[in-house]
Design a protein around this ligand. Structure first.
Ligand SMILES: [Mg+2]
Length: 189
Protein backbone atom coordinates (compact mmCIF):
# COMPACT_ATOMS: atom_id res chain seq x y z
CA UNK A 1 0.00 0.00 0.00
CA UNK A 2 1.22 3.51 -0.86
CA UNK A 3 0.20 6.75 0.83
CA UNK A 4 0.03 10.32 -0.48
CA UNK A 5 -0.09 13.02 2.16
CA UNK A 6 -0.98 16.67 1.81
CA UNK A 7 1.08 19.17 3.80
CA UNK A 8 -1.02 22.19 4.91
CA UNK A 9 -3.66 21.24 7.47
CA UNK A 10 -2.67 17.60 7.28
CA UNK A 11 1.02 17.16 8.20
CA UNK A 12 1.32 20.80 9.17
CA UNK A 13 -1.06 22.81 11.36
CA UNK A 14 -1.30 25.68 8.91
CA UNK A 15 -4.66 27.34 9.59
CA UNK A 16 -4.91 26.65 13.31
CA UNK A 17 -1.31 27.49 14.25
CA UNK A 18 1.11 28.69 11.57
CA UNK A 19 -1.14 31.45 10.27
CA UNK A 20 -1.51 32.89 13.77
CA UNK A 21 2.27 32.79 14.13
CA UNK A 22 2.60 34.58 10.78
CA UNK A 23 0.27 37.35 11.96
CA UNK A 24 2.15 37.69 15.23
CA UNK A 25 5.51 38.00 13.39
CA UNK A 26 4.03 40.87 11.40
CA UNK A 27 2.63 42.51 14.51
CA UNK A 28 6.04 42.19 16.14
CA UNK A 29 7.46 43.97 13.10
CA UNK A 30 5.10 46.87 13.82
CA UNK A 31 1.94 46.10 11.85
CA UNK A 32 -1.12 46.99 13.99
CA UNK A 33 -3.11 44.12 15.45
CA UNK A 34 -5.75 42.72 13.11
CA UNK A 35 -4.25 44.18 9.92
CA UNK A 36 -2.29 41.05 8.90
CA UNK A 37 -5.48 39.01 8.99
CA UNK A 38 -7.44 41.63 7.03
CA UNK A 39 -4.73 41.87 4.38
CA UNK A 40 -4.55 38.09 4.13
CA UNK A 41 -8.26 37.86 3.43
CA UNK A 42 -8.02 40.61 0.81
CA UNK A 43 -5.19 39.07 -1.16
CA UNK A 44 -6.00 35.41 -0.74
CA UNK A 45 -6.36 33.83 -4.16
CA UNK A 46 -5.55 30.30 -5.13
CA UNK A 47 -1.84 30.80 -4.54
CA UNK A 48 -0.57 32.59 -1.50
CA UNK A 49 2.60 34.59 -2.18
CA UNK A 50 4.05 35.32 1.26
CA UNK A 51 6.76 37.79 0.27
CA UNK A 52 4.29 39.85 -1.72
CA UNK A 53 1.88 39.69 1.20
CA UNK A 54 4.52 40.80 3.72
CA UNK A 55 5.98 43.59 1.59
CA UNK A 56 2.47 44.83 0.76
CA UNK A 57 1.70 45.16 4.46
CA UNK A 58 5.02 46.79 5.33
CA UNK A 59 4.58 49.38 2.59
CA UNK A 60 0.97 50.06 3.52
CA UNK A 61 1.80 50.53 7.17
CA UNK A 62 4.96 52.54 6.32
CA UNK A 63 7.24 50.18 8.23
CA UNK A 64 10.90 50.38 7.34
CA UNK A 65 11.72 46.67 7.57
CA UNK A 66 12.77 44.16 4.96
CA UNK A 67 10.11 41.67 3.89
CA UNK A 68 12.88 39.07 3.62
CA UNK A 69 13.72 39.40 7.34
CA UNK A 70 10.08 39.01 8.40
CA UNK A 71 9.72 36.04 6.04
CA UNK A 72 12.79 34.37 7.54
CA UNK A 73 11.56 34.96 11.08
CA UNK A 74 8.14 33.56 10.11
CA UNK A 75 9.64 30.35 8.79
CA UNK A 76 12.18 29.89 11.59
CA UNK A 77 9.53 28.27 13.84
CA UNK A 78 8.08 25.96 11.17
CA UNK A 79 8.98 22.82 13.10
CA UNK A 80 6.72 23.89 15.99
CA UNK A 81 3.59 23.48 13.90
CA UNK A 82 4.04 19.94 12.64
CA UNK A 83 1.37 17.33 13.19
CA UNK A 84 3.60 15.12 15.33
CA UNK A 85 1.06 12.34 15.77
CA UNK A 86 0.54 11.95 12.04
CA UNK A 87 4.28 12.12 11.36
CA UNK A 88 4.74 9.20 13.76
CA UNK A 89 2.36 7.25 11.54
CA UNK A 90 4.31 8.30 8.42
CA UNK A 91 7.54 7.04 10.01
CA UNK A 92 5.90 3.69 10.76
CA UNK A 93 4.60 3.37 7.20
CA UNK A 94 8.13 3.91 5.92
CA UNK A 95 9.73 6.29 3.45
CA UNK A 96 9.32 3.91 0.54
CA UNK A 97 5.53 3.96 0.91
CA UNK A 98 4.90 7.65 1.49
CA UNK A 99 4.59 10.59 -0.88
CA UNK A 100 4.01 14.24 -0.08
CA UNK A 101 2.07 16.36 -2.54
CA UNK A 102 1.42 19.99 -1.74
CA UNK A 103 -0.15 22.80 -3.76
CA UNK A 104 0.96 26.41 -3.81
CA UNK A 105 3.84 28.77 -4.52
CA UNK A 106 6.87 26.60 -5.23
CA UNK A 107 9.49 28.67 -3.40
CA UNK A 108 7.33 29.15 -0.30
CA UNK A 109 6.49 25.47 -0.06
CA UNK A 110 10.09 24.46 -0.70
CA UNK A 111 11.23 26.75 2.13
CA UNK A 112 8.47 25.57 4.46
CA UNK A 113 9.12 21.89 3.85
CA UNK A 114 12.88 22.35 4.11
CA UNK A 115 12.54 24.17 7.44
CA UNK A 116 10.12 21.57 8.74
CA UNK A 117 12.67 18.81 8.16
CA UNK A 118 10.06 16.27 6.98
CA UNK A 119 11.34 15.68 3.42
CA UNK A 120 13.56 12.69 4.36
CA UNK A 121 10.44 10.82 5.51
CA UNK A 122 9.04 10.74 1.97
CA UNK A 123 9.91 8.86 -1.15
CA UNK A 124 9.10 11.98 -3.14
CA UNK A 125 7.98 15.53 -2.40
CA UNK A 126 5.93 17.14 -5.16
CA UNK A 127 4.91 20.82 -5.20
CA UNK A 128 2.23 21.68 -7.75
CA UNK A 129 1.07 25.22 -8.58
CA UNK A 130 -2.61 24.39 -8.96
CA UNK A 131 -3.90 20.85 -9.37
CA UNK A 132 -2.70 17.61 -7.87
CA UNK A 133 -4.45 15.42 -10.44
CA UNK A 134 -1.51 14.70 -12.77
CA UNK A 135 0.86 13.84 -9.92
CA UNK A 136 -1.75 11.56 -8.28
CA UNK A 137 -2.43 9.74 -11.54
CA UNK A 138 1.29 9.21 -12.13
CA UNK A 139 1.74 7.66 -8.68
CA UNK A 140 -1.31 5.43 -9.19
CA UNK A 141 0.09 4.22 -12.53
CA UNK A 142 3.48 3.58 -11.03
CA UNK A 143 1.98 1.38 -8.28
CA UNK A 144 -0.86 -0.07 -10.31
CA UNK A 145 -0.77 -3.37 -8.46
CA UNK A 146 -1.11 -1.76 -5.07
CA UNK A 147 -3.70 0.33 -3.34
CA UNK A 148 -2.86 4.06 -3.15
CA UNK A 149 -4.36 6.14 -0.34
CA UNK A 150 -4.59 9.89 -0.84
CA UNK A 151 -5.07 11.97 2.32
CA UNK A 152 -6.07 15.63 1.97
CA UNK A 153 -8.12 18.14 3.93
CA UNK A 154 -9.72 19.65 0.82
CA UNK A 155 -12.46 17.89 -1.07
CA UNK A 156 -11.68 19.90 -4.22
CA UNK A 157 -8.52 17.83 -4.80
CA UNK A 158 -10.67 14.67 -4.84
CA UNK A 159 -13.32 16.20 -7.07
CA UNK A 160 -10.84 17.05 -9.82
CA UNK A 161 -9.60 13.44 -10.13
CA UNK A 162 -10.45 11.18 -13.01
CA UNK A 163 -11.05 7.98 -11.05
CA UNK A 164 -11.02 5.88 -14.22
CA UNK A 165 -7.35 6.75 -14.51
CA UNK A 166 -6.65 5.71 -10.94
CA UNK A 167 -8.77 2.63 -10.12
CA UNK A 168 -6.42 1.67 -7.28
CA UNK A 169 -6.96 4.98 -5.46
CA UNK A 170 -8.79 5.53 -2.17
CA UNK A 171 -9.26 9.02 -0.74
CA UNK A 172 -9.49 10.13 2.87
CA UNK A 173 -10.76 13.57 3.80
CA UNK A 174 -8.57 14.53 6.73
CA UNK A 175 -10.20 16.31 9.63
CA UNK A 176 -7.68 15.41 12.32
CA UNK A 177 -8.89 11.84 12.82
CA UNK A 178 -6.57 9.01 13.89
CA UNK A 179 -5.44 7.46 10.62
CA UNK A 180 -3.19 4.77 11.98
CA UNK A 181 -6.02 2.49 13.07
CA UNK A 182 -7.78 3.12 9.76
CA UNK A 183 -4.67 2.14 7.77
CA UNK A 184 -4.37 -1.02 9.86
CA UNK A 185 -7.98 -1.82 9.11
CA UNK A 186 -7.39 -1.25 5.38
CA UNK A 187 -4.34 -3.48 5.27
CA UNK A 188 -6.29 -6.34 6.83
CA UNK A 189 -9.33 -6.11 4.54
MG1 LIG B 1 -4.23 21.08 2.79
Amino acid sequence: MKYIFDFDDVLFHNTAQFKKHMYSCLEKAGVPHGRPEEHYKEMRGNIFLPKKYISGLLIREKIDKKAEDVYREMLSKTKNFLNIELLKTVKKLGKNNCYLITQGDKKFHQDKIKKSGVAPLFREVVIVPERKKIAIERICRKHKNEEVIFIDDRQKFFDELDLKKCPNLKTILYTGQNLESYFQYLSTT
